[in-house]
Every structure is written in structure tokens, then in C-alpha cells.
Design a protein around this ligand. Sequence first.
Ligand code: HEM
Length: 406
Amino acid sequence: MEITAQRGLSGAPPFPQPRTCPYQPPETYRRLGEEAPLSRVTLFDGRVVWLVTGYHEARQLLADERISADRQRPDYPALAPRFQAEVARRLVLIGMDPPEHDEHRRLLNPDFSRRRVAELRPVIQDVVDHYVDRMLRLGPPADLVRDFALPVPSRVISEVLGLPGEDLEFFQEASRRLLQATTREDSQSAGEELIGYLDRLATRRRTESGPGLIGRLAREEVAGGTLSHSDLVQIALVILVAGHETTASTIALGTLALLDHPEQLARMQADPAAVPAAVEEVLRCVAVTDLAGARVATADIQIAGRTIREGDGVLLSGTMANRDDRVHQDAEDFDIGRTGRRHLSFGYGIHQCLGQSLARLELEIAFSTLFTRIPNLRLAVPADQLAARPLGSGTVQGVQEMPVTW
Ligand code: HEM
């Protein structure tokens, strides 16, 4: 289809657009990427913003102090109605600029370092084994999203934060409603439920002993006066939602990409040492957040022969930067033999994903265990029948369900 056929009134095509293949970008983004490293797109509210598809340009902008991630600014671009809810605009860390951002990040970095995350390997393996055992016990078919991809990261992030196990279902359901809400009101009410829950837990943890990050921050930082109680609640909320749906979607879409490339899957199954590189290729290819960031310019910026004006919205397309053929050879090929980690699926610059080591370890254990213990896993329906997540909630990609058999 011609891009011109899809342009809005402004002449700039609508953003976001639905994926045809759940782990590949829509054709329009590809065409925009082929035309120039920066283009114009139209958001749901009619606003025209920049879409940056070039790898170098995206990195340069993500590292530029003249762009802001502050979601409370009136000119911060809203990607969908749910981004206009108060809970989405007040997000700490991800929606903050320095110096506040850096203060919070410093408090959290040690808990998510590669070394600390490596200590979680046995916990993650237990969680993954539990859900594979359950699938095998119940027998085929299974829904890979409901029975594996979603509960695994959910259990893991609950362990990291120290949430009581019996709250898992509530928390899964409320975060799904928060992230998949198509209206501002639904997003706000799910967000308030989660905040109320975390508020009560953080208060309890200040005086009682209890495992996990919320307890540590409550007893060390809040009690010591270095962090406010409400900031702790907000930090827990951001970690919980950022760390859960993203990893779940990457497990599901990564499994789909591997099943679609049996020769690459066989390479991974034959050589356990190939799993980390396969994880990187899954991350590069599926880029579930679609965007490596959404920002607003706080000054005029010249880049790639264009001028981004102060107040302009800027969307950095991880999906397309990851396919920039100036950086990735045969960028369209799914090839687990690539070396290096030159993708923007975890973002770049000061907001680069806090949980990336955790996500990498979860993906590594999930794929290796799943395909070792169920080596003949396959889709139970044709791939083109998988229902993509509705667009109205933003840009996190996924499938609603994924029937599999073996
Ligand atoms: C495959 C899974 C994941 C993907 C694709 C992903 C992707 C991203 C991206 C693109 C950003 C940058 C956003 C921006 O600059 O605006 C980000 C930031 C963030 N991610 Fe992840 N993420 C994943 C897993 C996790 C996990 C497991 C956690 C749990 C700790 C987490 C927590 C965060 C937080 C707190 C930030 C904000 C960091 C900051 O602003 O300093 N993410 N993530």
C-alpha cells in the first residue's frame, strides 16, 4: 500500500499503526524509514510529531540534553488516551528529567546490576519450571500467553519487589487493565487501585520484616529520610508495570519468531551457548515497546538536515532503528548468529532500561527451558489468525493469546 494512501489530513501518516506480522513493523514505518531518518507522523489527537527511524539519529537524540522525558509538561506527546491519565503523567523515573531522575536511578541501580540479577537465576528457573511442568501436566493445547509468557515475568517481578504470592492475580489483572486501557478513565482507575495496594504494602513493610525491594527501600531509604513514602510507591508502580508486560510480550513474540525460523531455532536448541545471542536477536527483531522513547524538544535541534523546533514531540522508533541497514547487515534477516548488542530495544541514554539484565536472564531461561522440555512445541493455529493487541492503548506490541500444541 502507498504511504500517500494512508496519510492523515496533515499529510503525515497516523501513528501508531497495526503490525501485520506481530513481530515485524508495519509497512508504513518501513517506507518512512527508507525515505529519511526523520519523518512526520500524526497522533490520535491530531498532533503532528517527529518519528525518528535512523539508528544514529535516534541515539544522538536520546543522549541530547535538549530533549525532555517529563510527562507532566503540557507539550509532552500523548500516544494514546491512556497517556493523558494523571497516573501516566506522574510517572517517576521514566517520566522525569535530571536531577530528580538521576537521584531515583542511583537508589535502584545496585538492585538491578548484572551481578545482583545473576543471583536470581535459581528463583527464575524455579518459576519457569513451575509453569512448564503445569503445561505438561495439563497437556496440549495451551495458551502460551496465559499459561507461560504472562505469569513468568509477573511472578519474577513480584519476587523482586517482595509482593505476597497471594496477590499475584490481582496484580496481574490490574496492571493489564492499566496498560491496555483505551480510555483515560480506565487507565486512571486501574492505576489508583495499584497505587492503593502498593501504598498499603509499603506502609506495612516499614515496620515488619519482609523480602524484596519495597521492604529494603521502606526500611532503609524512607525510614532514613532519603526517599519519600509516595516516591517509593511510585517507583514500585513503575517497576511493576515496566517490568511485566514488556517481558511477557517478548517471551510470546520471541517464541513466535523462533517457531517461524526453524533453522535458527534448531541452532539454538543444538547449542546452549547460543541462547544469549538468540535472546539479543529476539530483542532486536520484536522490539515490543516499538519506541525506544517519546520526548519533547526543549530547544531547536538541527539533525540530519532537519530542524526539530522547541516544543516539538519526538518519537524514537526502536523497531526501525533496529533495522537500519547502515548499522545492521541484512537487517531484515532473523539471524541468531549476530554479534554485538546494537539495538535500541532497551532504549539508550539516561533512561536506558533499568531492568535489562533481569529481562535478558528471564528470556534466556524461558526460551532455553521451553524449547528443551517441549522440543516439538508449535502453533496450534495459523500464525495469521493470532489476534494482535488493540492499537488504542499505545505502542506495546503483543498478541492476546497464542494457542500452542506439542
Ligand atoms: C524485554 C523486556 C523489556 C523491554 C523491551 C524494555 C524496554 C524499555 C525501554 C525501551 C525503556 C526506555 C524508555 C524511555 O527511554 O523512555 C525502558 C525503561 C525502563 N524499564 Fe524496561 N524493558 C523491559 C523490561 C524491564 C524490566 C524487567 C524492568 C524491571 C525492573 C524494567 C524497568 C524499566 C524502568 C524502571 C525503566 C525506566 C528507566 C529510567 O527512566 O531511568 N524494564 N525499558
